[in-house]
Design a protein around this ligand. Sequence first.
Ligand SMILES: [Zn+2]
Ligand SMILES: [Zn+2]
Length: 268
Amino acid sequence: MRVDYHTHHARCGHAVGDLEAYIQSAITKGMEQIGLSDHMPLLHVDPATYYPEMAMPMDELPRYVEECLKLKEKYKGRISVRVGLEGDYIEGCEDKIAEIVRAYPWDYVIGSVHFLGTWDITDFRQVHNWEGRNPLQVYERYYDAVRKAAATGLYDYLGHIDAIKRFGYRPQEDVTDLEDSALEAVAKHGLAIELNAAGIHAPCKEMYPSLRMLKRAKELGIPVTYGSDAHHPDKVGQKSADAKALLLEAGFTEIATFENRHRGKIPV
Ligand SMILES: [Zn+2]
Ligand SMILES: [Zn+2]
């Protein structure tokens, strides 16, 4: 894979290694572009009383961007560093998110649904929230949030679009229509999605999204990029050969790239 647009680093509290280590790992792996996309600071829950080590504190955000921009300059000619943010979509916080999106010179902003209310559905410490809930209702709420995220106009692409499957909780009912409704919203609003390799190591044991959704995305003309979602420098580009094979199987010949909030493309 020539690019990796989804990486984290130590600032978020649950990843290892500084930004530079991720860039160097990408260079070692022969990549042409590396996207830095750490988690947006928490907005709607109090970091002092919520689960620890979720995201960088708000006062770190300017330093994060400054360091990214410095590294972009430093590595010019060796690898193209793209400065991004994994921006959560949190219903009701659109104005605050917009402020952060407008405040910095991002190359791209990923729109990811992690939160349903105060429940981070991607956090293994919060898996107990599935107990006593109807999985279909959770899926409906999740995909409602994904459709709303697509409609905000704040993001360049949606991250791990079917992350709700992460811990293996799946409704008995068919969720094809729900999944497709999210993809249709992405297509309608001119966004892209990512093929996120991290799901391979989660209980769901497959990338985000599934091959079926990837094929549907292709039918809808949705561009796709690749992201490792690395939380350790060694994981940059993880499972990229498998990702490439999936993309080709779904019919993609190009991969989306992002610079200065414009989308480009390169061959897979
Ligand atoms: Zn993370
Ligand atoms: Zn995420």
